[in-house]
Design a binder for this molecule. Structure first.
Ligand code: NAD
Ligand code: WQD
Length: 339
């Protein structure tokens, strides 16, 4: 049975991916330093899967610790590298924190495993900025990043591509996620935002449960059908399954050793459509006000997912309704069972 290392496996997308790796029959080792997650998530994974991943608590920026870990784990067959900082606004305030964590961790991992490894990297649709044509394909131009966070994803892709070009034994897939939302159907794992959520869905669920006030819709004067901004929201469980598909692809891929895939539904939804969908799928009434556009936001983006659908033999199965109801069930679970 193949053994997969999941860095950042206690985090939002990582925890859902550990569950899907177990479902697909893999053995899993998680590394996390809990800088943006809670150790209890490992118990929750065990409740869902009936299995607990092997675990090592370490900071991937610590080169010595990563090397020692790699030496003790020579049986690892593949890596899914989630560990990174991801708060766009904070990255503008503290760029070095982001460059340090997101680059050191990536470089340490590849170096420690001696570059002879299959690796799936978490990239982001943020690399496209506002695309010139929609849906955006993988061959679209990468635009100058709006934030240090976005820049870490662009440069990390370059680091991986350039390293693959001179390292035939290294095989990498970079997945450019659109907007991951929702939670596992068990409601035992989900997104755990620290402080006031900057992202739309956690703000909606916290507003609905009474933890926050009214939602502010950031702009209703965009050039979109209802004036609010459009994104390609993808259920986190579908996203998690894309990582299993990417690992399977790396097990057989023999030609190109660096590939990039869009991971989304291919469909865009506006902020107002999301608010409506939440109300419809949960029966909860939301309070919202229209506010100014948020600095750095793009008007609309959604992905062309033909390449990932075909090459990874993967496609999304869950719609907006499941995204909203699962996010809401998770918020209610958290209220009843605070972490
Ligand atoms: P998350 O913060 O929930 O998970 C990241 C995990 O990595 C956390 O558990 C954190 O404690 C851990 N971590 C961070 N730095 C570490 C270090 N130096 N050593 C060990 N552990 C460390 O984030 P997420 O939403 O699950 O995102 C996972 C990845 O996907 C990130 O690379 C993120 O940039 C990328 N991504 C996320 C989104 C999104 O909207 N959530 C979109 C596109 C890309
Ligand atoms: C979605 C839409 C907001 C909150 C961010 C990162 C991106 C990626 C995913 C990692 C936008 C609107 C939001 C609110 C609102 N992460 N909104 N009121 O901005 O598409 O992407 O997360 O790679 O890099 O930038 O996601 O959830 O913040 O916003 O109107 O209170 O909801 O303006 O149109 P975004 P989001």
């Amino acid at each position: 049975m193949a053994k997969i290392l999941v860095t950042g496996g206690a985090g939002y997308i990582g925890s859902h991916t550990v569950v899907e790796l177990f479902n697909a029959g893999y053995e899993v080792v998680v590394v996390d330093d809990f800088s943006n997650s809670n150790p209890k998530i490992l118990d929750q994974i065990e409740k869902i899967s009936g299995k607990r991943p092997e675990f090592a608590e370490l900071d991937l920026c610590d080169e010595k610790a990563v090397n020692a870990f790699a030496n003790q784990h020579k049986d690892i067959d593949g890596i899914i590298h989630f560990a990174a900082f991801k708060a766009v606004g904070e990255s503008v305030q503290q760029p070095l924190k982001y460059y340090r964590n997101n680059f050191y961790s990536l470089i340490n991992i590849i170096t420690a495993f001696n570059s002879k490894i299959k690796l799936v990297f978490s990239s982001s649709c943020t690399v496209y900025g506002q695309p010139d044509t929609l849906p955006v394909t993988e061959s679209a131009a990468v635009k100058k990043a709006e934030s240090p966070y976005g820049n870490t994803k662009q440069i990390a892709e370059e680091i991986l591509q350039e390293t693959c070009a001179v390292t035939p034994d290294l095989r990498v897939i970079a997945l450019r996620y659109f907007n991951p939302v929702g939670a596992h159907k068990s409601a035992l794992i989900g997104e755990l935002p620290i402080g006031v959520p900057q992202n739309l869905i956690p703000f909606i669920t916290q507003s609905a449960i009474g933890k926050r006030g009214a939602i502010t819709v950031f702009g209703n004067n965009y050039n979109t059908p209802d004036g609010s901004a459009i994104r390609d929201y993808i259920h986190v469980v579908d996203l998690a399954k894309a990582h299993v598909a990417a690992i399977k692809k790396l097990e057989t891929q023999s030609n190109d050793n660096y590939e990039v895939y869009n991971i989304g539904t291919g469909k865009g939804s506006s902020v107002l459509e999301i608010i409506n969908a939440f109300e419809k799928s949960t029966g909860e009434k939301l309070n919202y006000v229209i506010g100014a556009r948020r600095e750095g936001d793009v008007e609309q983006t959604y992905g062309d997912v033909t390449k990932s659908n075909e090459a990874l033999n993967w496609k999304t199965e869950l719609g907006i309704e499941e995204m909203m109801s699962s996010a809401w069930n998770w918020e209610k679970y958290l209220k009843a069972n605070p972490f």
